[in-house]
Design a protein around this ligand. Structure first.
Ligand code: FAD
Length: 306
């Protein structure tokens, strides 16, 4: 059996594996795709101490670092469920195999909810973005739209308004759903326009985004907005379906963890974008992964399991 079995091979999982292996305990990583969301990332400018890197390059360094240690990496394997046990937990794979571990660290990350309209996939990274903290500065002095009027959409619009020339916020419903204090701030900004009852139907462009088309849901009329960037803020979906009924999840499906990364089940820890820890970023996921791993080690030395 593994002492620590990490599920997920993104920044959180890689950090957890390195911290565990450095304790000289038996460590494994099961990942559907090693690297996680970082594999899909073009420019990274906020990984502190590295001024600029690109996703696949950072993933290669992560892999190289993990391979420095005796970590059993099982890539291209999807986990279907975790069955908690008294001393040993069972991690069931989709292919029917199963692994036993004294502690499990779930680091399965999340994915952005997409609009699913023509042009969105095509222009991803060419004007279509999902993370204002990551990509906001790339649109300095340009015009952008934010799709979604919930808390994250309105926060993104306020954030971007300080960086870009102009922000158009589009909300599908007849009202914004964000907290009143955020809406008040939003409406006080001179370079923000809010369009409600607006359904985005298309992203347009040639090499890069040059606009979007939306339908006014009251009149069915189509309108076009010219811009250079679109930030989609309609939700982040944690990859935690396989944990339903096993550990406590928030109403958004995030694994509920305490300050040590402990879940509701002793011996099962979690870290990164799949948890309730706010601000989904590489550097945060790595820190949380390290923390969950140290907590798992602490659990091991305190438990009576041989
Ligand atoms: P992830 O990176 O999502 O990794 C999850 C891992 O779990 C993957 O290996 C996945 O295959 C695996 N997995 C999932 N389900 C299962 C399962 N059932 N069984 C087995 N394995 C499973 N952050 C920044 O800080 N700076 C940026 O510039 C930046 N740009 C971004 C650009 C894009 C396009 C995207 C999508 C994200 C960006 N982010 C950026 C966010 C950053 O990538 C995430 O915060 C970070 O990757 C989270 O790490 P994680 O390890 O928690 O999860």
């Amino acid at each position: 059996a593994f002492d620590v079995l990490v599920v997920g091979g993104g920044p959180a999982g890689a950090a957890a594996a390195i911290y565990a292996a450095r304790k000289g305990i038996r460590t494994g990583v099961v990942a559907e795709r090693f690297g996680g969301q970082v594999m899909d990332t073009m420019a990274i400018e906020n990984f502190i101490s590295v001024k600029y890197t690109e996703g696949p390059k950072l993933v290669a360094s992560l892999e190289e670092h993990v391979k420095e240690y005796e970590v059993d990496v099982m890539n291209l394997q999807r986990v279907a469920g975790v069955v908690p046990g008294e001393n040993l937990h069972e991690v069931r794979m989709e292919n029917g195999a199963s692994l036993k571990a004294k502690t499990v660290i779930v680091a399965t990350g999340a994915r952005w909810r997409e609009m699913n309209v023509p042009g969105e996939k095509e222009f991803r990274g060419k004007g279509v973005a999902y993370c204002p903290h990551c990509d906001g500065p790339l649109f300095k002095g340009k015009r952008v739209a934010v799709i979604g009027g919930g808390n994250s959409g309105v926060e993104a619009a306020i954030d971007l308004a300080g960086v870009v020339a102009h922000v158009t916020l589009l909300e599908f419903a007849d009202d914004l759903r964000a907290d009143a204090v955020l809406q008040k701030k939003l409406y006080s900004l001179p370079n923000v326009a809010v369009i409600k009852s607006a359904q985005t139907t298309r992203v347009t462009g040639t090499e890069k985004v040059d606009g979007l088309v939306y339908k006014d849901r009251n009149t069915n009329a189509e309108h076009r907005v010219e811009l250079e960037g679109i930030f989609v803020q309609i939700g982040l979906l944690p990859n935690t379906d396989f944990l339903k009924g096993t550990v406590e999840l928030s109403r958004f499906g995030e694994v509920i963890v305490d300050a040590k990364g402990q879940t509701s089940v002793p011996g099962i820890f979690s870290a990164g974008d799949c948890t309730t820890v706010p601000y989904k970023q590489i550097i945060i996921a790595m820190g949380e992964g390290a923390k969950a791993s140290l907590s798992a080690f602490d659990h091991l030395i305190r438990s009576s399991a041989p």
